[in-house]
Design a protein around this ligand. Structure first.
Ligand SMILES: [Zn+2]
Length: 582
């Protein structure tokens, strides 16, 4: 586990899911949190500490924790995924994994087998009809290979037999969603006589399939895998694992409806394209895109269904603070047809020229309401209002409201009044700053201990005996740190964080992430100076304590006790003088 951890750089790994920016010339990086909705980044990743922390929602941890949270998998699966990525062989320990983890591993394996089998079947004699269809749609062999397209044959037993030959138990086969059970009891393939599109998760593993019917009277035209332990539809976007690099590079997402559209657009050179897998767009899907770019062009089919889907998606996209433009292609062409007929360059310029969403909405409002009457214009404005109110940026909101009013020929006073009524300011929640002030020496020592084993060895043994540190605002963090030090486990921010309560976690993270600016100042000498100061404070505290006890004893007439304490004070002061002469 330590070997896997040290072979993965957290900045590189997190950077595959979140756009990160380096903070100045520090070891710290910042970006929009993938675990909650925000407009200003409060998510940080620290290269030296190999640790991430969100100062908005409090999420934090090491590489394993990050992969667990973002892929929603168990610790064991995260370990396995990172080990594979680094080419480190893991001992076969599936016996240690829980039943859910074993089930998910089996289902993943079935999907891998299914993808290979569908591919082989498309290339073989049974796949002739499917190949002819792809040929008509202008999809060449290279693209078939790149997108892993396949064919599920007519027999209904093709995959079932294959999985049985691999000794998967029947209940696991059913739970994979690839196989169904007849009323009479027998198992058969879910997908029959369909062109198969593998659906991948963000790290590129096949987790489901979309199947397109090959004959026109076969219904439904598209059939997808059901929800399974590895396929949660609301989280998945088709092609995201291939597109994410392009999305970052172009700083925009192109969202289309279908698999064929995504493939066609991608092949035309627009690599930042994803498709919702035949479901209405969800918040989780928008969040997955937004980790890579906050700008989107929605390019759905040019029919009524496409327009309705666009309108619905718009609300979710605006809720998540995306910058939305909408592309309607001329000639009533869908994206795939457009790319084929007009070429990649024409599609590229259409994307660049795509209209801001509220013009599209205003056009829709104009076609729905009678704009010649005042009532119609107000109704049109009411239609637009919710979308505008979803804008989280106040200034942008009123600017757009003004523009829309102008576009529809409405009095701008009416617009402003509507806004005042409905003014709902969302404030992004942030963790409250720690109440007790953290002293400079606490910060120095914590950062020093987190970065230097030598400093831990030289300072901790004496430091932990000093009473002065019990006054630290970070006393509980120091206590946990000492226990960790004794345990001789790997010592780092993640390990320390794991031993703390929530409030202390936030405190520790803010110290660790603020400390990096002064890293060059952190030295053993500085730590020793802190230690010396604390040593003195402890002594002074002891002397003051003794003096107070003496006064107390004198006041209550306990002369014997007062004399004893005097003696103790005297011996103590003398011993300290001898100490300091040495
Ligand atoms: Zn967060």
């Amino acid at each position: 586990m330590a070997q896997v951890k040290s072979s993965v750089d957290i900045v590189g790994l997190v950077g595959e899911y979140v756009r990160l920016k380096r903070v100045g010339s520090t070891q710290s990086y910042t970006g929009l949190c993938p675990f909650h909705t925000e407009k200003t980044p409060s998510f940080r990743v620290h290269a030296n500490h190999q640790f991430y922390k969100c100062f908005g929602c409090g999420q934090g941890g090491d590489v394993f924790k990050f992969v667990q949270e973002i892929e929603r998998i168990s610790f064991y699966e995260a370990l396995k995924q990172l080990a594979e990525r680094s080419g480190i062989p893991l001992p076969q320990r599936s016996g240690f994994a829980d039943a859910d983890t074993r089930l998910r591993a089996a289902i993943l394996q079935m999907h891998e087998l299914a993808e290979q089998a569908f591919r082989a079947s498309l290339a073989g004699p049974a796949g002739a009809e499917a190949r002819a269809y792809l040929d008509r749609r202008g999809i060449a062999a290279a693209e078939i290979g790149q997108f892993g397209l396949g064919y599920a044959d007519r027999s209904g037993q093709f995959l079932t037999n294959l999985l049985q030959r691999h000794d998967f138990p029947a209940d696991q086969m059913e739970q994979s969603g690839l196989v169904m059970r007849r009323d009479g009891g027998g198992l058969f393939d879910r997908f029959r006589n369909r062109l198969m599109f593998p659906i991948h998760n963000e790290s590129g593993k096949v987790i489901g399939f979309g199947g397109r019917a090959l004959s026109e009277n076969e219904q439904p035209k598209y059939m997808n895998s059901p929800e399974t332990p590895i396929y949660r539809k609301s989280y998945v976007l088709y092609n995201l694992h291939r597109a994410k690099e392009g999305i970052r590079k172009e700083d925009r997402v192109v969202l289309v409806e279908g698999y064929m559209d995504a493939i066609g657009v991608y092949m035309s050179g627009v690599k930042e394209v994803v498709a919702s897998c035949g479901t209405a767009l969800t918040t989780q899907q928008v969040q997955a895109m937004k980790r890579h770019s906050g700008r989107i062009v929605v390019n759905f089919d040019p029919d009524a269904a496409g327009a309705n889907a666009t309108e619905k998606s718009l609300q979710i996209l605006l809720d998540e603070g995306m910058h939305v433009r909408i592309l309607e292609l001329d000639g009533a062409l869908d994206p795939d047809e457009f790319c084929k007929q007009r070429g990649a360059a024409a599609y590229g310029s259409a994307l660049t020229a795509a209209k801001n969403y509220f013009y599209w909405l205003a056009d829709r409002a104009r076609s729905k309401y009678d704009m010649r009457t005042a009532d119609g214009r107000v109704a049109a404005f009411q239609f637009l209002l919710p979308a505008i109110q979803r804008l989280t940026d106040k200034i942008e909101r009123s600017a757009i409201a003004g523009d829309v009013a102008g576009y529809l020929g409405i009095d701008s006073g009416l617009v402003l009044e509507n806004f005042r009524k409905a003014a709902t300011d969302r404030r992004e929640k942030t963790i409250a700053a720690p109440a007790e002030p953290v002293r400079h020496d606490e910060k120095i020592l914590l950062n020093l201990f987190l970065s230097s084993a030598e400093a831990r060895e030289s300072i901790i043994p004496e430091l932990r005996g000093l009473a002065a540190i019990e006054k630290f605002a970070t006393w509980r963090i120091f206590q946990a740190l000492f226990t960790l030090y004794d345990a001789a486990e790997p010592f780092g921010l993640a390990e320390l964080d794991a031993r703390l309560e929530e409030a202390d976690r936030a405190k520790l993270a803010s110290i660790a992430f603020a400390g990096e600016t002064k890293e060059e100042d952190l030295s053993l000498a500085l730590g020793m100076a802190c230690l010396e100061k604390l040593r003195r404070q402890t002594l002074e505290g002891r002397i003051m304590g003794l003096k107070a006890s003496i006064k107390e004893a004198e006041r209550s007439g306990n002369t014997a006790e007062a004399l004893r304490l005097y003696g103790e004070l005297h011996r103590f002061e003398k011993s300290q003088r001898v100490d300091s002469v040495q």
